[in-house]
Design a protein around this ligand. Structure first.
Ligand code: FAD
Length: 386
């Protein structure tokens, strides 16, 4: 990629992570997925090298950087063909929320392990009847003496099989008004009453998605993260990094697909010149490159605002970055597959499976339409239809 608007230490991080990613590459991911295993070797090595916790505080084993650094890690691993999806969840959402709002005890218990990758935390907000509308979630915590009892259902929760715990978004009842307010709980995956069932996804990825049933899961008082009365604010502190990291995931994947297409278009000759000489092939690839570069600029803006402590400014930029990156990724993958002709659909060239993988960035963690809604209402001041 050409020179980037980023400091020297970011360039150095980018180069180092890229070297690690390329040592594993797509072949590692394909082989591991075929064996039905998680990407343990890459995850552990990235953890030992300090890449998984670059955003977490140094006092708890992290690198002392921010989401700008963590997004570089995910983008470069993705561009090498081996993205670690759980970076979006474990250090970016859960690590951030615990670092910002957790008690000293929670920080000491979780952050060093999340930083070096020896522990992993999944994140559960989505529910069967409250997909895009998270105001409708019904997973509820009620007090039982000093404990909490948590009951509800979650869907599409990534990586629960690899996780030690899930940061669950639930609700508690406001003692004064009776209204339900969002709250975050650390729920160990081996807790009694916690059940997980894998969802059969049409996705070639090492990270599986799960449906969760929480049946009166008993949690100690200190399972609650942060202030019971400021749940929404704390939740958004984790959701902006999630959007920025999903943008990084999408940009990495788009770059990987585009790289493969360019390589192919330079060589493949069915007339006098390589197919890349035909503008019908070259221009869409050039457009895909432009779109990915633009999406990265917005991602860098969002990360910069977030790391500078501007949660509100970061909200708009993070949504826009996620939108731009998701769309750029879907288009880059589509054009890459097309560039390879029939080979675009063979297992050998390995691009076809990215068609479904790229769609994840359009749907999750917040869909294209919900971002357009957000920008319509928040940025443009237009009325709501729902
Ligand atoms: C691979 C994968 C991994 C995931 N991992 C996690 C995870 O780890 N944790 C977690 O909590 N969740 C996870 N999710 C869930 C994801 O965040 C949701 O799928 C997403 O929020 C959309 O919710 P939904 O699927 O219920 O779609 P719905 O909300 O049912 O939406 C369906 C369609 O309707 C559109 N739509 C809905 N409302 C409106 C509206 N008001 N205006 C216009 N269009 C609208 C949407 O844009 C979408 O296209 C994951 C999903 C996938 C696919």
């Amino acid at each position: 990629m050409p020179t980037l608007i980023e400091p020297e230490e970011h360039k150095a991080l980018r180069a180092a992570v890229s070297a690690l990613g390329n040592r594993y590459g797509r072949a590692y991911l394909t082989r591991t997925v075929a064996e039905g295993k998680p990407l343990t070797e890459l995850w552990s090595e990235a953890g030992k090298l300090g890449y998984l916790g670059v955003n977490l505080p140094e006092a708890y084993g992290g690198g002392g950087g921010g989401i700008a650094e963590l997004s570089i890690v995910l983008e470069e691993l993705g561009a090498a063909g081996s993205p670690l999806l759980m970076l979006v969840v474990s250090p970016a959402i859960c690590g951030t929320v615990i670092a910002r709002f957790g008690t000293e005890e929670q920080k000491r218990t979780w952050l060093p392990g999340l930083a070096d990758g020896t522990r992993l935390m999944a994140f559960g907000i989505t529910e069967p009847d409250a997909g895009s509308n998270s105001h409708r979630i019904t997973t509820t915590a009620r007090r039982d003496g000093a404990d909490w009892l948590l009951t509800g259902r979650k869907v599409f929760i990534s990586g629960v099989d690899m996780a030690d715990a899930v940061l669950i978004v639930g609700r508690t009842e406001d003692a004064r008004t009776g209204r339900l307010k969002p709250c975050l709980f650390i729920v160990p995956t081996d807790a009694e009453g916690f059940q997980k069932r894998p969802i059969d996804m049409e996705l070639s990825a090492a990270e599986k998605q799960f449906e969760l049933v929480l049946d009166d899961v008993r949690l100690p008082a200190d399972a609650l993260v942060g202030d019971e009365d400021a749940g929404l604010l704390q939740l958004f502190a984790g959701l902006n990094p999630e959007r920025i990291m999903t943008a990084a995931f999408a940009i990495g994947m788009g770059r990987y697909a585009l790289g493969k297409a360019i390589e192919y278009a330079r060589d493949r000759t069915v007339w006098k010149a390589p197919i890349g000489a035909h503008q019908a092939i070259a221009h869409p690839l050039a457009q895909a490159h432009i779109d990915l570069e633009l999406a990265r600029l917005m991602m860098q803006k969002a990360a910069h605002l977030y790391d500078a402590g501007d949660d509100i400014g970061a909200g708009e930029a993070a949504n826009m970055a996620k939108y731009a990156a998701g769309e750029a990724c879907v288009r880059a993958v589509d054009q890459a597959v097309h560039t390879l002709g029939g080979n675009g659909l063979t297992r050998e060239f390995g691009l076809a499976s990215l068609i479904t993988a790229a769609r994840v960035a359009r749907i999750a963690p917040v869909s294209r339409e919900m971002i357009l809604n957000y920008v319509s209402h928040q940025s443009l001041g237009l009325p709501k239809s729902y």
